[in-house]
Design a protein around this ligand. Structure first.
Ligand code: ADP
Ligand code: MG
Length: 731
């Protein structure tokens, strides 16, 4: 009866690995071949053009049309030689993923209807006006001023994908408000550069630039394409809305770092070949904890570029999966009962003099700088813990956070025993003890020497959402499908504002006569005390932590629509406003979009769940039930009443159980529909989102519970939806 499911299972078993060979034996031969990088620029642009362009990228010089035209000419030649016939501005709207609209290079050389040439001007490179009225903007653009435009981001290199020259851009409204995720990120990165340089110069005046780095670790699931196609919930929502646990799942811990299945290994190689072509330094690949869950991580890089590369990588991974008969699941929680997927954001700051600002130094001076940055980062995370949580929160990620596998829905920072000891010592010492000068006026820091082995020695606390891991912080709460821009804009802004404040406090103390070292020490000491609430090295999954965190005043909100409100709190409005990252108007507009997106996601899931319950599950369950009933009748016809009653006992119990589950499912789906209708007529997006969270979402678990019970009762042959064991173990 469920022939489609069995056919899909049979086909999936037969599939062999699709082996793809590398474009060349040496990765370096083809690495970055499709990127307009330094090598390509040297070949297609004049030295003067490159110099002017670098001034724009590194020093923020304004981009004039003459320069754009010179770059456009070289870029077009390079791209057409690689087979590009079209170009597109690539941007990051407030929805998921990226957006692009392709235009051909063709234009009339002279009068319309005459000869055609390939044309690409500086103006087309620098700016476009996509018909953007259908992108979410949270009410910033009413339709009569619907114009928005995309503007070239020269700091992220253009690339050729398929037949198009792809130009990374920001997306802004006619009146200058950001309508995307990239523009605020660029502003936040500019702010953290400026703030960190000012602090670095207290230690080393030769520092001129500080770069924020990001190394993302992309987790994902692969599911056989045929099986995927017969699961309407996966197809339409990216996650399973039902499905009983597989008898075996991840309890044997045999998947993490296990040998990669051959079909998957071929896929991994293929995505790496693609990554290298686009200059994405894919480095690490392995199985993850859950069955059919994997990870890809590149070598870290400059934050803005790393974000773009992650977006590109996600789309490559999606595309290549089809080639291998798989579907890629980037959803944060595709399967209940096993681990979800995240995207750890490894974040650090580094100077143009080659110093990692979160790398413990070899000398006391370096260590004072290290401690300065470490403590400022803690202070920033402490002050803005609610905002940081909001920056990673979505309807999807909510399923992952707080469950017993992912960072909890409370932001705290993990330092490990050694660093904690250092901070405790500093906190309890006087400046005279902590800062000692020897006879040569050389500084000695009276804190326990931080040994070099320290780098590899940070205890790994997997339950912490924000963990120090030797030379960086790892923001683990970011979701697998997320655009890292949101988290990185919030984090870099928080740290930038904090560093500005730190510098000002130190300056004030110095103006009052304190030595630089003493001033720095005093401020650090006050920060260590003030930010203590954010430090937590214990088990983030425990119930005690929830109680303790609330006592410490950390944000413990669990409802997504309410968590998002942190974006418009007084402290966030001040933070983003002061740095010029986002205005209050933009913050409110963004929240409108977030609430709207939240509502739509739950709405779609609710519809799919209702449909599946009514036209997959209940019909199958009642069909099986009538088979049982039939059996009872026939038993009665053959045996004496007493004997028949005894024989039919088991069938009768099942019949009753099925009716009970079916009637609860039916009733709950009806209630769900009513709750949705009530929520749908609410006018304001925030109230609507809250209604969806409070009165629609709770029905999901009830419906699922009874469907999953039926899955265990109903004849396997009749069940139409591929089961967890099939989705998770066939590869
Ligand atoms: P894990 O042990 O956390 O799974 P991985 O090797 O999978 O580690 O990923 C670690 C990521 O952190 C990589 O992308 C790596 O390049 C990145 N990384 C390492 N050092 C830094 C740093 N100083 N700043 C930012 N990212 C870093
Ligand atoms: Mg990893």
């Amino acid at each position: 009866m469920s022939s489609l499911r069995f056919k899909a299972v049979e086909e999936a078993f037969k599939k062999k690995a699709v082996v793809v060979s590398a474009p060349s034996q040496f990765t370096s031969d083809y690495y970055g071949k499709f990127v307009f990088n330094k090598v390509a620029m040297a070949k297609y642009l004049s030295k003067d053009t490159i110099k002017s362009l670098n001034n724009v990228i590194d020093k923020g010089a304004t981009l004039d049309i003459a320069l754009a035209s010179q770059v456009a000419a070289g870029m077009k030649l390079w791209a057409t030689e690689l087979g590009a016939t079209h170009y597109t501005h690539w941007f990051q709207p407030l929805t998921d993923g990226t957006a692009e609209k392709h235009d051909s290079f063709i234009d009339y050389a002279g009068a319309p209807g005459e000869a055609i040439i390939e044309d690409f001007s500086g103006k087309l490179l620098a700016q476009q006006e996509p018909d953007a009225s259908s992108f979410p903007n949270g009410g910033i653009r009413s339709t009569f001023e619907a114009r928005g435009y995309t503007a070239w981001d020269p700091s992220s290199p253009a690339f050729v994908m398929d037949d198009a020259l792809v130009i990374p851009t920001i997306f802004i409204s006619y009146t200058g408000e950001s309508l995307d995720l990239k523009a605020p990120l660029l502003k936040a990165l500019g702010a953290v550069d400026k703030a960190a340089v000012a602090v670095c110069q207290m230690f080393d005046p030769s520092v001129k630039k500080v770069v924020a780095y990001l190394g993302w670790e992309q987790e994902y699931f692969l599911v056989d394409e045929g099986l995927y196609a017969t699961r309407p919930d996966l197809l339409l929502t990216g996650r399973t809305l039902m499905g009983h646990d597989s008898a075996k799942n991840q309890q044997l811990d045999d998947h993490y770092f296990g040998s990669v299945p051959t079909r998957v290994a071929a896929y991994m190689k293929d995505i790496e070949f693609e990554a290298y072509k686009y200059g994405i330094p894919a480095k690490t690949r392995h199985n993850e904890v859950a069955p059919n869950q994997f990870e890809l991580a590149p070598i870290f890089g400059e934050c803005n570029l790393a974000v773009d590369q992650n977006l590109l990588m996600m789309s490559i991974m999606k595309k290549v999966a089809r080639r291998h008969g798989f579907r890629l699941l980037l959803h944060e929680k595709p399967f209940a009962g096993i681990n979800g997927s995240g995207k750890h954001n490894n974040w650090s700051l580094g100077t143009d003099t080659g110093v990692g600002l979160f790398t413990p130094g070899k000398t006391p001076e370096e260590n004072l700088q290290f401690v300065t940055f470490l403590v400022n980062a803690l202070m920033a995370v402490y002050k803005h813990n609610a905002l940081l949580k909001a920056s990673i929160m979505t309807a999807q990620n909510a399923h992952r956070l707080g469950a017993n596998e992912a960072p909890p829905a409370i932001v705290s920072a993990f330092l490990g025993t050694q660093l904690t000891a250092v901070l405790n010592k500093l906190e309890n010492s006087t400046s005279d003890e902590a800062i000692i000068f020897d006879e040569k006026k050389k500084l000695h820091l009276g804190i326990p020497h931080i040994p070099e082995v320290f780098l590899d020695n940070t205890d790994r606390n997997r339950t912490s959402p924000f963990a120090f891991t030797g030379n960086r912080f790892e923001f683990r709460a970011v979701g697998s499908s997320a655009n890292c821009s949101s988290a990185m804009a919030a984090l870099n802004s928080a740290v930038a504002a904090q560093l500005f404040e730190f510098k000002a406090e130190v300056d004030t103390k110095m103006a009052a006569g304190a030595s630089k070292e003493k001033a720095i020490f005093e401020v650090i000491k006050s920060y260590i005390k003030a930010s203590k609430a954010i430090r937590f090295d214990g088990n983030g999954y425990s119930e005690e932590w929830k109680v303790e965190a609330a006592k410490r005043g950390l944000d413990c909100e669990t409802s997504v629509p309410k968590i998002i409100e942190a974006y418009t709190s007084a402290s966030s409005v001040e933070l983003f406003g002061k740095l010029g990252v986002l205005s209050e108007k933009e913050l409110h507009a963004r929240n409108e979009v977030k609430w709207e997106t939240y509502v739509k996601k739950i709405q779609i899931e609710a519809r799919v769940l209702g449909d599946l319950a009514i036209n997959h599950i209940i019909p199958v369950a009642t069909r099986y039930q009538s088979l049982l009933l039939d059996n009872v009748y026939k038993t009665k016809a053959v045996f004496s009443t007493a004997k028949a009653d005894k024989i039919s006992l088991m069938d009768m119990t099942l019949i009753e159980e099925i009716s009970e589950h079916v009637s609860i499912i039916k009733k709950t789906v009806e209630d769900l529909v009513v709750a949705r209708k009530v929520a749908n007529v609410i006018e304001h997006e925030d109230a609507k989102a809250n209604a969806y969270h409070d009165s629609v979402l709770p029905y999901f678990d009830v419906i699922r519970y009874h469907i999953d019970k039926l899955e265990l009762i109903v004849d396997d042959e009749m069940w139409t939806l591929p089961k967890y064991r099939e989705l998770l173990f066939i590869r």
